[in-house]
Design a protein around this ligand. Structure first.
Ligand code: EPU
Length: 341
């Protein structure tokens, strides 16, 4: 009997909490099942892998097959006096995994506390926050490749990590399903407090603990970022745009207070939240959706069922920012709409 079901509501499986239906849906409980069901899954050319649903916007119902892995488990694969390597199944909750590491004095992930979503999604968009990106800890990512039906192991370099980017994200939609992520963590703490609010908070503290960093990160996130359970959202809706040195200098003439971070290649990464705030949109509501009052990079859904209204808001934000700065913001969130399927 087939494990594929039909007409499955996605309302509780996306953190924007918009209404959408998957035309076809399959839950994957194990790699063995994946191997078994692969041929049937391949018959659906339009497919996507859904993790925690914390980085996607369903504008329309999904007219294909949603693959919903439920792979659990954490294993130690290597241990030395200095390090530990863990192999984590993709559907483990990211924040719970960060807590698991903290409880055992495995250090490195404390800056990445409270990021919504699953462990499997972490390498896909190379999650990052407060001066740390997950790529620094990843040794390998195990994927199932639907184009060949084979299990593959990508090493760190093969993942092609970039800012909120990886080869898995760039591949055709629904090609790879991450099954496991292996990470090396340190048994010695190397605190990363380069992010300004952390630096300010810990400046006089010589013996910083991982728990203190974790707690501060949780506090900072709770101050600025709405809890998707209480106010549906998908974190930063846009990426921070990168501009050339020349473009930055031009912007600086018109906007001396623009917030920007120099990159190694002389380009600058601009704070999109600042651009959106400066365009007058922070805290604004548009019907039942809006721009968050504490962090303009986050779009929030007060009570709308229709993802189209969030998309319209995103388009308004892009337009207003372009009119003022001649910069086109790019969504960080994956948008699913009919024309793209
Ligand atoms: N800013 C404003 N107004 C705003 C928001 C931000 O002026 O409404 C300015 C401030 O000067 C602030 C600066 O922008 O100092 C940077 O803001 P913030 O520290 O909140 O970080 P961000 O660049 O807006 C990025 C990530 C977040 C991550 C934080 C902290 C992206 C797209 N977003 O946001 O990640 O938590 O840094 O490291 O890179 C996510 O990806 O979903 C996410 C929340």
């Amino acid at each position: 009997m087939s494990n594929i079901t039909h007409k499955i509501p996605l309302d509780t499986l996306n953190t924007f909490q918009v209404s959408a239906t998957a035309k076809h849906f399959i839950q994957i409980e194990s790699v063995e099942q994946l191997l078994q069901d692969y041929k049937e899954i391949k018959q659906y050319p339009n497919r996507m892998v859904l993790g925690g649903g914390s980085n996607c916007l369903f504008v329309d119902s999904f007219d294909g097959l949603i693959i919903y892995p439920q792979l659990k488990g954490i294993k130690v694969i290597k241990e030395t006096p200095e390090h530990i390597e863990l192999r984590v199944a993709a559907s483990e909750n990211w924040h719970q995994f960060v807590q698991y590491c903290l409880n055992r004095d495995y250090f490195g992930l404390e800056n990445l506390a409270l990021i919504p979503g699953t462990v499997g999604a972490a390498p896909v968009q190379n999650i990052g926050a407060y001066g740390v990106e997950v790529e620094s800890f990843i040794t390998t990512v195990d994927c199932f490749d639907f184009s060949t039906g084979e299990q593959i192991v990508l090493n760190n370099e093969e993942c092609g990590f970039g800012y909120r980017d990886s080869i898995i994200k760039r591949a055709a939609q629904g090609r790879y399903l991450v099954t496991h992520v292996s990470l090396v963590l340190s048994k010695k703490l190397f605190p990363v407090i380069s992010y300004a609010p952390l630096k300010a908070h810990f400046s006089n503290n010589k013996n910083i603990s991982a728990t203190q960093i974790f707690d501060k990160v949780v506090e900072l996130r709770q101050q600025k970022l709405p809890d998707p359970e209480q106010l549906p959202n998908a974190g930063s809706f846009f990426k921070n745009p990168v501009v050339s040195n020349q473009q930055y200098k031009q912007l600086l003439n018109g906007f001396p207070e623009i917030v920007a971070y120099p990159l190694e290649d002389r380009r600058f990464k601009l704070a999109a939240g600042w651009l959106i705030e400066r365009a007058g949109l922070k805290g604004k509501t548009f019907g039942k959706v809006g721009v968050h009052k504490n962090q303009a990079l986050v779009l929030v859904n007060y009570s709308d069922n229709d993802g189209k209204n969030i998309l319209r808001l995103a388009e308004t934000v892009i337009k207003k920012v372009f009119e003022l700065f001649a910069i086109t913001l790019e969504p960080e969130v994956r948008i699913f709409q009919d024309s793209m399927q």
